[in-house]
Design a protein around this ligand. Structure first.
Ligand SMILES: NC(=O)C1=CN([C@@H]2O[C@H](COP(=O)(O)OP(=O)(O)OC[C@H]3O[C@@H](n4cnc5c(N)ncnc54)[C@H](O)[C@@H]3O)[C@@H](O)[C@H]2O)[C@@H](O)CC1
Ligand SMILES: [K+]
Length: 476
């Protein structure tokens, strides 16, 4: 599991550590870590360090100080280091003195570097790159190593609203910040260098699941298990107009665990034809006992949809509500009345669905997606999985996790129906609803990656890749 701390938490921890560390020691530790990573990259890409050219982009704060000290350390490996000072009158004085003393050169332009170090802004960054920095960064063609975070990207939300550095590698110090999991596109590969902060850090604000965590959580049948003990998933989805959503959600539930799946709805024939192993009936009332419901995909937003949602809620089991289910709840909040307050609900909105259901409660989806998801989860007492390039999953008790996409191939029609089916099956297996949503999102991304492999992956192919994705997490 990757742990993530807000910049506020990191600053407070740094202050405590600084108070018992000699002046400048922490910065030198951080910079030494940057220099080590950069030297490794130079060796990897150019075969050595001596005579290789590195340019530092140096802003006016501690981040620039890190870059200058890293430049000084690289000089010891005979790297030719040039610094471009973006705020000459505010440049970190000790860093600049150390850099000059080590033989570093200050210049007005980029030169032709083998690698660029972005030390423009770090933890105190707000807003996009300013014009001079943006122009310089725009001309870089060499690989970029960002110090702490790619400049121009918001450290706490990962948001970008203007020019920003797109790094190949980001080197951060002891603690991942939200940007590192919310905006992997701009961070590139994230390396964490230890500067001794760990003892000062509180509980993390966020986590990101890794393969091991998902493998551990995914239920594996034991000798005493049968199709019922592993959980029966009910799927109430699809309509005569949208039978495909029912086929995809049911299929994902069939493939996710070896528990049983019951389908209830108008697409019974299509679903049965595609998945002979499930039991299909026309209505939720006739479906028989289930341990969790999936409701919403392709359901329609009329009276029949409202009746289905009411029937599902009345069953009193954990329920994943997606797509039309969310739109129905937003339009007719009294539908919540049928919910058993003890039965967990997972909502899986994309941005527009989020706006529909959250705005009546005064919650808007700004740049801070984690806080927005948290606020809605608390308000509705439901797990909220907010879809996006980085998927955020928030629980009513404040827990939050982020699952980063590795490509955008998953943004395809029907992909969400597959995710919903996966969540339903994990809910039926008895997993904590927050973890169920997180693990499902993880396997969904992995299945998308396997299916796409560099080319478009329609939802049917994502579905087909689910067994391999589960094998991958089981293998750790
Ligand atoms: N505090 C510590 O103990 C440590 C700090 N370290 C480094 O210090 C960094 C934090 O340093 P600072 O707090 O001095 O701040 P930064 O270096 O992040 O920013 C410096 C200043 O730039 C200005 N600024 C903000 N956004 C800008 C933008 N978009 N364009 C141009 N200028 C902008 C602000 O006035 C800010 O004070 C960390 O990210 C890390 O790199 C490390 O050396 C580890 C130890
Ligand atoms: K930076």
């Amino acid at each position: 599991m990757l742990e993530v701390w807000t910049t506020g938490q990191v600053r407070a921890a740094e202050d405590r550590l600084l108070a018992r560390t000699p002046d400048g020691a922490l910065m030198r530790r951080a910079a030494f870590g940057v220099a080590t990573v950069v030297a490794g990259l130079l060796r990897e890409h150019t075969g050595g360090t001596a005579g290789r050219r590195v340019t530092l982009l140096v802003g006016g704060g501690g981040n620039g100080g890190d870059a200058l000290w890293a430049g000084a350390f690289l000089r010891r490996r005979s790297v030719a280091v040039t610094a471009v000072l973006l705020s000459p009158d505010r440049t970190h004085a000790e860093g600049l003195a150390a850099f000059r003393k080590a033989g570093g050169r200050v210049a007005g332009d980029l030169g032709e570097p083998d690698l660029v170090i972005d030390g423009i802004v770090g933890l105190s960054a707000r807003g996009p790159l300013r014009q001079a920095a943006a122009e310089l960064v725009g001309r870089v063609t060499a690989p970029i190593v960002a110090v702490d975070l790619p400049s121009g990207v918001d450290p706490d939300t990962g948001a970008v609203d203007g020019p920003a550095v797109r790094a190949d590698v980001t080197v951060t110090f002891s603690a991942r910040k939200p940007v590192h999991v919310l905006n992997t596109g701009h961070c590139g590969e994230v390396r964490v260098v230890d500067i001794g902060l760990a003892p000062e850090l509180p509980d993390p604000d966020l986590i990101a699941l890794e393969a091991d965590d998902v493998g551990w959580a995914w239920r594996v049948p034991g000798p005493g298990d049968d199709k019922y003990t592993q959980g029966v998933t009910g799927v109430a989805a699809g309509s005569s107009t949208y039978p495909g959503a029912a086929v995809l959600s049911s299929g994902a539930a069939v493939l996710a665990t070896s528990g049983m799946v019951r389908y209830a709805g108008w697409a019974a024939d299509e679903v049965r034809g595609r998945w002979p192993e499930l039991v299909a009936t026309g209505t939720v009332e006739d479906a028989g006992r289930v341990q969790a419901w999936v409701v919403g995909p392709g359901l329609g937003t009329g009276q029949t949809g409202r009746d289905v949602l009411t029937a599902v809620f009345s069953d009193g089991v954990p329920t994943c509500v997606d797509a039309d289910g969310i739109t129905l709840l937003a339009a007719t909040p009294s539908l919540w009345d049928a919910r058993d307050p003890d039965a967990p609900v997972v909502l899986t909105p994309h941005d527009r669905e989020f706006a529909r259901i959250a705005e009546p409660h005064g919650i808007t989806l700004g740049q801070d997606r984690v806080q927005a998801a948290r606020a809605l989860a608390k308000r509705l007492d439901a797990v909220v999985l907010l879809k996006g390039n980085a998927t955020v999953v928030a629980a009513p008790d404040g827990r939050a996790l982020v699952n980063a996409a590795t490509s955008s191939w998953l943004a395809t029609a029907g992909s969400g129906d597959v995710l919903t089916g996966l969540i339903g099956a994990l809910l039926a297996s008895g997993l904590d609803p927050w973890l169920a949503a997180g693990c499902a999102a993880w396997v969904h991304v992995r299945a998308g990656e396997l299916a796409a492999d560099g080319a478009p992956a329609p939802a049917s192919l994502i579905l087909k890749a689910i067994p391999d994705a589960i094998r991958a997490v089981r293998a750790g």
